[in-house]
Design a protein around this ligand. Sequence first.
Ligand code: NDP
Length: 480
Amino acid sequence: MQKILNYIHGHLTEPNSRNYLDDINPAEGKVYCQLPDSDRKDVNQAAHAARLAFPEWSAMPVKKRSDILLKIADLIDRDLEKLALAESIDNGKPLKLATELDIPRASANIRFFATAILHFSSEAHLSDNEAVNYTIRSPLGVVGCISPWNLPLYLFTWKIAPALASGNTVVAKPSELTPMTAFLFSELCMEAGLPAGVLNVVHGLGDKVGQAINEHTEITAISFTGGTATGRKIAATAAPMFKKLSLELGGKNANIIFADCDVEQAINTSIKSSFSNQGEICLCGSRILVERNFYNTFVEAFVAKTKRLRINDPLQADTDLGALVSEAHMNKVLSYIELAKLEGGTVLTGGKRVVVEGRCSEGYFVEPTVIVGLDQNCRTNQEEIFGPVVTIMPFDTEQEALELANATAYGLSATVWTENLKRAHNISHQLKSGIVWVNCWLYRDLRTPFGGMKQSGVGREGGLEALRFFTEAKNVCIRL
Ligand code: NDP
């Protein structure tokens, strides 16, 4: 059986313990490879390697650093098919999605930050002709990057690319549920000539490897994407150590649909924003709010389209929804559907596990599910389910839509469908979420700030925000 290895100091290495964990193919429900069950010792070695590599990497001319990263991006493009297949097998997502979204975005992330760093600049301030101030931005040193399982290589590269481009060295931990593409990425780093120790990838469990990263005294910053509960744990350890923290956490995003929308676009895109990647995207609009005079029309059309989605073997070209990432996650999603019924909801379509014929008969598939009749304050409408489950609620006025949209502990993203420009601006400005899409969803320009309000996170990633996070500002003031 294939074994994934850690990537420490430029080498693929076994964990010190020689213990391994099972990696499951969720579409088959079977173990298909093994990954290191690493511990604090491995993290210490990785941090040591990163510390040794820091002086040379941070002092390297920016153009040279950029060229190495661009080479890695080229190698991702070269291996697109191999990486997409690996991602689909490891995560359960449709191969088509991995081929069209995950892997192209991984190379785009690297390319974006490899070139952004060439244009990164800092400020200078002339003070009343008496003094001149200029700001130096230096890399932080060794930083930790911890990423989740839903968009494995996409989010792994989104974190490490700005960290490396700005001259830091990295200890990274991918999710133990989806380690494969980070492992294949380690091989590409070696091939591209990334100096030893600049990037170190330690595989294993969150409470062992992740916690050791949080606690390591030489790791000066942590960039984390994952659940809100994990973010809280990381902050509890890292904040008293005064580490810099960027936390990209969960969401319970509203998709607000006014009767004056472009109906076809609103319905088609809402299908995507509800069920893409089996609903396992932090930006999915899991609470659909529809203006009452359009509610019945929308619900009828939305449910009809949902019923036409194909749940099948992720490797089939026409599959819309693949498998959920794990048996535990599938059971969590199914338990929320049962909870929704207890809370008074009506399941209009879906609601059950699906048995796919053939090699996927043991896989973790769940029907795309639409629930109505729930109160805004119930748990189903307040807690992140992170699966192919949406609720639909009616509203009467713009003010009510806004209140419903903002009435959760989360504040990651929101989507608004209206042809009324004034309303679009007005509601966008009042939504308490870090990202608002009007008449579109998941349209991403990598230069824009990305992140959540309230319990959806702390800090912003993307563009210059990420480069600023991974550098420390120092002001020099010279009396003229
Ligand atoms: P988790 O929070 O469970 O895990 C994320 C990562 O953190 C994993 O690598 C995990 O390791 C690790 N981890 C777990 N415990 C600790 C710890 N104590 N210290 C350090 N690291 C730890 O999230 P999921 O992987 O389940 O991802 C789904 C969540 O991510 C959802 O809530 C989703 O909304 C959120 N998300 C947010 C995004 C955003 O940009 N805001 C984007 C994508 C997802 P292990 O896997 O071994 O447990």
